[in-house]
Design a protein around this ligand. Structure first.
Ligand code: NAD
Length: 475
């Protein structure tokens, strides 16, 4: 599969095989961009910018609506490709494609509702108003866990606002993004939407450093976010960062246990736990703790783990041998050094060469344990017992991350206090992981800054310009 630069597909300077994580075997040969091709893509985006910024919101909306329709028309093919490349269960990929299309349709509509919040006479003889201007050329760098969804979340607001884009998928999962470029080829003027595939250290870094890039948007690891922000600071580029998470799940004694177990089983192990919002850090009140652990054990034992098309598959492999070994490393260190921890592992027998790990619950976790403090990004949930509300909230907030959180109780007062005190970009009450195109997704603290989805994303991809007119000087 090829790159997409200046309205045309292009072979990369080299090629590489993308690996199927369910088998460890070669899946698809793809092009990798050279630094010259990155430069060519950025220059094409620069050249296309004035024309695209000048189109009417209705025209931009029409292009995005057509793109959403193309996704619907190719949903089965895209879901199949995504499931194979990421190793995610087919039902999950099937769910994602319509959600991405919905997101593009939201931004098609939102493009036509961009507004300045102030207009009027704020001093004698002058009238002011706000124009919302696109930023310019935006480099967008996506992760491997939700490749097409992250591509959609990025290009929707950027293109709707009149920016031009150079998008880099993760080198591990470029297939659906390269296919998206093919599907979009006739929908945007040449140069408006470009896709360059390659490694972070080469293609990603070249994008962040390019003098003609005005903004960099990254979804990725916290460490990568810091590197990207450092590189972008040389040109004082605008930076938009959606980084890691370590979501706390506070479960009070009065919670609906059936609902908790069903939701945590899904939101904790969805995408093999490779999810920035994963329900991975449970704080269970003393009265419900033991019942919860027992129920979670039964839940993970019954999980169907395997390749995406396996009948009833609920969880696939890790994305790579490296990620599997990284998660195994967390578990090995915890087993070796932390006598207070208990380990419950699903009973699945997984054969073959794929990068599989069984679902795991780690009990007796303390807030300063490595596994509680750091993003494991695998099928591992920790459970910590708490006694009172203040302790739960303090522990929940006591990490570097601030992306998402949830609280489970039937007591409205307790729930409302948690929504105020939990320092995260999202707080769910009696739910975990549900997202909608109309509401923002983005982190506090080291989970980054900037929002995906919703009209708040349009704020990030535009600049507010104050126009002031001295009326007396006009004839
Ligand atoms: P990663 O940071 O390794 O890679 C993300 C992207 O950055 C890839 O395309 C990679 O090639 C690129 N990259 C790496 N180094 C770079 C550099 N120096 N300069 C420019 N680009 C560079 O992340 P990942 O492992 O692909 O994804 C997992 C991470 O993403 C997790 O931490 C997860 O929490 C986070 N994530 C966050 C959200 C969110 O919305 N907050 C959503 C999905 C994933």
């Amino acid at each position: 599969m090829k790159l997409f630069i200046d309205g045309e597909t292009q072979t990369g300077s080299t090629t590489e095989w993308v690996i199927n994580p369910s088998t460890g075997e070669k899946l698809q040969e793809v092009s990798l961009a050279s630094t010259e091709q990155v430069d060519q893509a950025v220059r094409a985006a620069r050249k296309a910018f004035p024309g695209w910024a000048d189109t009417s919101p209705a025209d931009r909306a029409r292009a995005l609506l057509k793109l959403a329709d193309r996704l619907d028309d190719h949903a089965a093919e895209l879901a199949d490709l995504e499931a194979k490349n990421v190793g995610k269960p087919k039902f999950l990929a099937d769910f994602e494609i319509p959600f991405i299309a919905d997101n593009l349709r939201f931004f098609a509509g939102a493009a036509r509702c961009l507004e300045g919040r102030s207009a009027g006479e704020y001093t004698a003889g002058r009238t002011s108003w706000i124009r919302r201007e696109p930023i310019g050329v935006v480099a967008q760098i996506a992760p491997w866990n939700y490749p097409l969804m992250m591509a959609g979340w990025k290009i929707g607001p950027a293109l709707a606002a009149g920016n031009t884009v150079v998008l880099k998928p993760s080198e591990l999962t470029p297939l659906t993004t390269l296919r998206l470029a093919e599907l979009a080829a006739d929908l945007f003027p040449a140069g408006v939407f470009n896709v360059v595939n390659g490694y972070g250290a080469t293609v990603g870094a070249a994008l962040c450093q390019h003098p003609e890039v005005d903004m960099v948007s990254l979804t990725g690891d916290v460490g990568t976010g810091k590197e990207v922000a450092r590189a972008a600071s040389q040109g004082l580029k605008r930076v938009h960062l959606e980084l890691g998470g370590k979501a706390p799940v506070i479960i009070y004694d009065d919670a609906d246990l059936d609902l908790v177990v069903e939701t945590v089983k899904f939101a904790g192990y969805m995408n093999t736990g490779q999810d920035c919002t994963a329900a991975c850090r449970i704080y269970a009140q003393a009265g419900i703790h033991d019942k919860l652990v027992e129920r979670l054990q039964a839940a993970i034992n019954s999980m169907v783990v395997g390749e995406p098309n396996l009948e009833g598959c609920e969880m696939g492999p890790m994305i790579s041998a490296r990620q599997r070994d990284r998660v195994q490393g967390f578990l090995d260190r915890a087993r070796a050094s932390s006598k207070h921890l208990g380990f419950i592992t699903g009973g699945q027998k997984i054969n073959g060469k794929g990068f599989f790990l069984p679902p795991t619950v780690v009990t007796g976790a303390r807030n300063d344990d490595e596994m509680v403090q750091r993003e494991v990004f695998g099928p591992v949930i920790t459970v910590t017992r708490f006694h009172d509300e203040a302790q739960a909230l303090e522990w929940a907030n006591g990490v570097d991350y601030g992306l998402s959180s949830s609280v489970w109780t039937r007591d409205l007062d307790k729930a409302m206090r948690a929504t105020k005190h939990l320092h995260f970009g999202c707080v769910w009450v009696n739910d975990h992981g549900t997202l909608v195109s109309e509401m923002p997704h983005g982190g506090f603290k080291q989970s980054g800054y900037g929002k995906d989805m919703s009209s708040y994303a349009l704020d990030d991809y535009t600049d507010a310009k104050h126009v002031m007119v001295r009326l007396a000087a006009l004839s």
